[in-house]
Design a protein around this ligand. Sequence first.
Ligand SMILES: [Zn+2]
Length: 181
Amino acid sequence: MLPEQQTHKCRDKNCTKRFFFLAAKNLHEELAHGLAPTASLEEPKENIRDDLYKYSCSRLYVGLLLLNANDPVKEGDGDRLIRFYNIYTFIFRMNGNDKYAYICLRLKARELALMSPRDFHRLKWNRFVNNHGGRAQNISLDLRLEHINKVTKALIKSQGMQNLTDDVSKTFQKPLEAWKS
Ligand SMILES: [Zn+2]
């Protein structure tokens, strides 16, 4: 027998059933007695203005979308990343992040007109690298370039050079080519 405080009693007066799970109780009440569930996840009616509800929904949508953008990078899923860029083009534009919106738009233009299907296929799938092996361990090529730049800068500083120009850093990047591949 379950302890009484941990169970949910059926709301019907003539029924003595008790349930451990609230969902099971709700289902029993609905099927056996035709009672409506006590708590529902229905949206508020249209004439009621609920900014907190709307804010929470937007935050959840955007947050989940952003999580959805990190995952394809880890998995190396080019198709899913392109879908993310398509959706976020509008969100970037709405928030005034015009440079990001422009990059997304340029990607779309490349897909539709500027690149051959073969080249776009390469652009889509050649964006990730897996340094250590294993599933879902990819990082973006951009991030890898940042890692390489960090090593390059440390190398240059170790030589006592303070003024970095692109030409100087390129000279130092040459020995790193072997490490990159
Ligand atoms: Zn009952």
